[in-house]
Design a protein around this ligand. Structure first.
Ligand code: PGA
Length: 251
């Protein structure tokens, strides 16, 4: 059985004091959640949020990292630096990184491998644009993105990653994929994993859906066989809406 994961991606929102306040409210409200819970504050708020959540089961993730351990890479942060802050998770290859910061499939694969080498759990993101969907290329694009990541990993390593399917046209647009549309791609991703690394890895690996997940659509999405959780942007920025997602079974 795959344990569900509800993850909040705060993107470039929240000063340190705002982040501490939101993390404290989430800490209070998350007790009894039916799933694992994770939040990804901006780099500047990681250390204070880790200390707010110490001793709880709520995990903290960074939103990006470099694949090298250290070096002359101005503005970048490495896996050992995250580990040093007790940050044990990282979101990689988010479509905003791919779109605005020129991240490539190969770069995302390299970062995924680097995270695993440093015992950090990667949540590696894939997703098609609206133009790709409308021209019938969704599965080609997703297959290429997923396989590039899998190619960089051994079977054992593949059991330690999470994949997030985030259709670019659904992110921040209010246009959520229907549960059936999402399920179709999630099942396809699981097939890609099974082909590459076998059914056992495919059955164990968690695949999250992201893109306009809200309290009123979460239950339909979570009821799909191959949807194992959500990666949430906008609705993770307020305690009440995020906690409604965390307690999706009560919606
Ligand atoms: P959204 O963002 O929930 O605001 O659509 C999702 C994401 O970018 O992870």
């Amino acid at each position: 059985m795959r344990r569900a994961l509800i993850a909040g991606n705060w993107k470039m929102y929240k000063t340190t004091s705002e982040a501490v306040a939101l993390a404290s409210e989430i800490k209070k409200g998350a007790a009894g959640a039916p799933s694992d819970v994770l939040i990804a504050p901006p780099f500047t708020a990681l250390a204070p949020v880790v200390s707010v959540l110490e001793g709880t089961s709520i995990a903290v993730a960074a939103q990006n990292m470099h694949f090298e351990k250290e070096g002359a890479f101005t503005g970048e942060v490495s896996a050992p630096m995250l580990k040093d802050l007790k940050v044990a998770n990282v979101i990689l290859g988010h479509s905003e990184r791919r779109q605005y910061f020129a991240e490539t499939d190969e770069g995302v694969a390299r970062k995924t491998k680097a995270a695993l080498d440093n015992e950090i759990m990667p949540i590696s993101c894939v997703g098609e644009t609206l133009a790709e969907r409308e021209s019938g290329k969704t599965m080609d694009v997703i297959g290429r993105q997923v396989n590039t990541i899998l190619k960089a990993l051994t079977i054992a390593e593949s059991t330690r990653i999470v994949i997030a399917y985030e259709p670019v046209w659904a992110i921040g647009t209010g246009k959520v994929a229907t549960p059936e549309q999402a399920q179709e791609v999630h099942a396809f991703i699981r097939q890609c994993i099974a082909k590459f690394h076998g059914a056992q890895v495919a059955d164990a690996l968690r695949i999250l859906y992201g893109g306009s997940v809200k309290p009123d659509n979460v239950k339909g999405l979570m009821s799909q066989t191959d949807i194992d959780g959500a990666l949430v942007g906008g609705a993770s920025l307020k305690a009440d809406s995020f906690l409604n997602l965390v307690h999706y079974d009560k919606q």
